[in-house]
Design a protein around this ligand. Structure first.
Ligand SMILES: [Fe+2]
Length: 252
């Protein structure tokens, strides 16, 4: 099963099992496309890091493509992507894959790397006790996922479809003081303090601090993604804070 083609086939068959009358729900379709893009990004990062062993290439590809496996049943059963209102989609994804993926010929160590990367891609941080051999794969999943979300949010802001993705953030404009305080104090922001698009943007900017590979931050920097967030938040008078975060991202 160290075959990217077979992995793609497995993923397609798995996703197809959620089709009703040939179609996925819109939100599931978004996740399907996101999975393919994250797959490409994970492969590109791995290549730039010269993780060139055939099994490593396969792992990067599989981790990117499969990281959101649980999203399809999450949406079918709960009509939401909010883990707090349903289940932890990293944990669930690892469970589904452990049970249903075709592991034939895959070495135990590689299986554990893939499952750890899926399990931990959505956690606040990679658990510090994660074995070193698994750690970089968790880091890869998290960076590739974040890069795609950064790009997607930016392009949706540019083409005016951002509120299709964040319908609940439409009602309020401006930054929540509680969130700004939280980010100032901890360098992180929690969704419970986020009500507006601007709140979401500030939280997103802090994700930049959580990128693991310099190539990830460099790629987004080149695309002007961080600068655009700072620009969009300019009128809310937290220029010192956004400036400080961006400086930290660039210096990492
Ligand atoms: Fe995810």
């Amino acid at each position: 099963m160290y075959s990217t083609e077979k992995t793609e086939e497995w993923f397609s068959v798995y996703v197809d099992s959620f089709r009703v009358d040939g179609a996925l729900e819109n939100m599931q379709e978004l996740k399907r496309k996101h999975s393919w893009r994250v797959c490409g990004i994970a492969c590109a990062i791995a290549e730039s890091l010269e993780w060139n062993e055939p099994r490593d290439r396969w792992l990067a590809h599989a981790i990117g493509l499969l990281h959101d496996t649980a999203r399809f049943e999450q949406y079918r059963d709960y009509k939401t992507f909010a883990d707090a209102a349903s289940f932890d989609h990293g944990d669930r994804g690892a469970e589904i894959l452990a049970r249903e993926f075709d592991w034939e010929d895959v070495e135990d160590g590689d299986r554990e790397k893939l499952l750890a990367a899926v399990r931990f891609h959505n956690k606040i941080e990679i658990p510090p006790k994660t074995p070193l051999a698994q750690y970089r794969w968790c880091a890869l999943a998290r960076d590739a996922d974040k890069i795609d979300v950064f790009r997607m949010v930016q392009s949706r802001i540019d083409n005016g479809t951002i509120y299709d993705m964040l319908p609940r953030h439409k009602k309020v404009t401006g930054l929540s003081p509680a969130l700004v305080e939280e980010v100032r104090a901890t360098g992180r922001g929690s969704y419970k303090n986020a009500r507006s698009l601007q709140d979401y943007r500030l939280i997103q900017l802090t994700w930049g601090l959580d990128l693991n590979f310099p190539v990830s931050a460099a790629t987004l920097r080149e695309e002007g993604i961080f600068a655009r967030i700072a620009e969009d938040l300019e009128k809310y008078e937290i220029k010192d804070l956004t400036g400080e975060i961006i400086k930290k991202i660039y210096n990492m």
